[in-house]
Each structure stands twice: as structure tokens, then as C-alpha cells.
Design a protein around this ligand. Structure first.
Ligand SMILES: O=C1C[C@@](O)(C(=O)O)C[C@@H](O)[C@@H]1O
Length: 228
């Protein structure tokens, strides 16, 4: 069965699957950043951890390091592995039609789909946040949106959009990158966000403003009963 996102999933985000041992105490899943390592499929095949994997192969044009050649095919290969319970696919690739085969393959294999969008420059207006999340929800089990907050108003817009989609019955994951937005990583789950990303080692953050795994687990567990 695919990774379920009915309650909050704290993902240890890493390019090194040997982090799983240290992550196990705090994380519900591993986000494996295939694009940040050399032989991702070999690493996945050798994986013998306990936590299920959310596989991400982030494109260069979306802030990652994977070139387009073979990128979605590698995700399809990853989805064949038992430990891979979910894949992350850029909303842009979905809308272009480039991910049609991948989505079908994932569905056939009962692997959950996270459709993601990122804004590394700023935070679009609230109605656009709602529109992007609504669009992503049409194609995926989880609609994910990471923006860059430049003001407190940006963070409130993101949290408000998160609450709106969640009350409407959609499954979303949201976070504001950067210093101003850091706290949204802790409080977004209160408003319904279903995935948190955190590195085991703060030096190995996969996005700006992330808390380390232990810290995020402690805060979320304290302020929210989202994991139940
Ligand atoms: O898309 C996301 C969210 C993220 O960018 C973050 O801001 O925590 C971290 C990435 O590893 C992940 O793929």
C-alpha cells in the first residue's frame, strides 16, 4: 500500500539513505533526494531501513540537480521498489503532460503521488496559492507548495490557503522557505499541512529555513496532535 497522508508525515529529507537509522526515532518517512546523489537507484535497491520512502528527483528548473534526461523514468524505476511508498512529481511536469506515464505507473503500483510546486523568489498572492494547490490536488494524493516568504503577511497567506484547502477536504503540504518563513514548518501542520521536511543534520538541509528533524518533531508533537 502507498504511503498514507491522512495524518501528518514527518519526512527526514536526505541524499544519503544511511541516515535512516538516525531518523527512525523522529521521522515517519524518508524523503530520498535522488537528484542530490550519484547512483540513486542502486542506493534504493540496497536500502534495508524500516521507514517508507518518498522518492524525489527534483529537476534543475525547480531548484534541484536532476537534468531532464531520464529524470521521470528514474522515478518510475524507483516506484517499482517495495520501500518506495510515494513519489514527488513537479506540477509543471504534470501540466505539460510529461509525467502522464509516470503517474499511471505509480497508480498501478499503488504508490502515492505528491504533486509539488516551488517558488524560490517569493510568495504569490493568496488566491494564486489556492489555485496552485487546487490544481495540484486534481492529479495527486498530496498537493505540495513551497514558497519563499519575505514578510509575515506571506506566511499568513500560506497558512490561510492551507487551512482553506484542508477544510475543503484536499490533502496538502505547505511550507515557506527562508528565515521569515521557518516557523511555518512548525505551525503549518496545525492548519492541515500533511508533510514536514527536515534533515537529520542541520548542515545537510535540503531547503532554506528547515529545522533539524529532532527539533521539528519536538515542536510539532508539542503543539499539534497531527500525527494521530
Ligand atoms: O519540496 C520539498 C520541500 C523542501 O523544499 C522544503 O522546503 O522543505 C525540501 C525538499 O527536499 C522537498 O522536496
Amino acid at each position: 500500500m502507498g504511503l498514507q497522508f491522512d495524518s501528518f508525515v514527518l519526512a527526514a529529507s536526505t541524499a544519503d539513505l544511511s541516515d535512516e537509522t538516525a531518523a527512525r526515532e523522529h521521522a515517519d518517512a524518508i524523503e530520498f533526494r535522488m537528484d542530490l546523489t550519484d547512483e540513486p537507484l542502486a542506493a534504493l535497491e540496497a536500502y534495508d531501513g524500516e521507514l517508507p520512502i518518498l522518492a524525489t528527483n527534483r529537476a534543475e528548473w525547480e531548484g534541484g540537480e536532476a537534468g531532464d534526461e531520464g529524470r521521470l523514468e528514474a522515478l518510475a524505476d524507483a516506484s517499482a521498489l517495495d520501500d518506495v511508498g510515494a513519489i514527488d512529481v513537479e506540477l509543471e511536469s504534470i501540466l505539460e503532460g510529461a509525467a502522464d506515464d509516470l503517474l499511471e505507473t505509480a497508480r498501478d503500483r499503488d504508490v502515492s503521488i505528491v504533486a509539488s510546486a516551488h517558488d524560490f523568489e517569493g510568495t504569490p498572492p493568496r488566491n494564486e496559492l489556492v489555485r496552485t494547490l487546487t490544481e495540484a490536488s486534481k492529479y495527486a494524493d498530496v498537493a505540495k507548495l513551497a514558497v519563499t516568504a519575505e514578510s509575515k503577511a506571506d506566511t499568513i497567506a500560506l497558512l490561510s490557503a492551507t487551512e482553506q484547502l484542508t477544510s475543503h477536504g484536499d490533502t496538502v503540504a505547505t511550507m515557506a522557505m527562508g528565515e521569515v518563513g521557518s516557523h511555518t514548518r512548525a505551525v503549518a501542520p496545525v492548519y492541515g499541512s500533511k508533510i514536514g521536511y527536515a534533515p537529520v543534520d542541520p548542515e545537510e538541509a535540503t531547503a532554506p529555513g528547515q529545522y533539524d528533524l529532532k527539533t521539528l518533531d519536538a515542536i510539532v508533537s508539542t503543539i499539534c496532535d497531527c500525527k494521530i
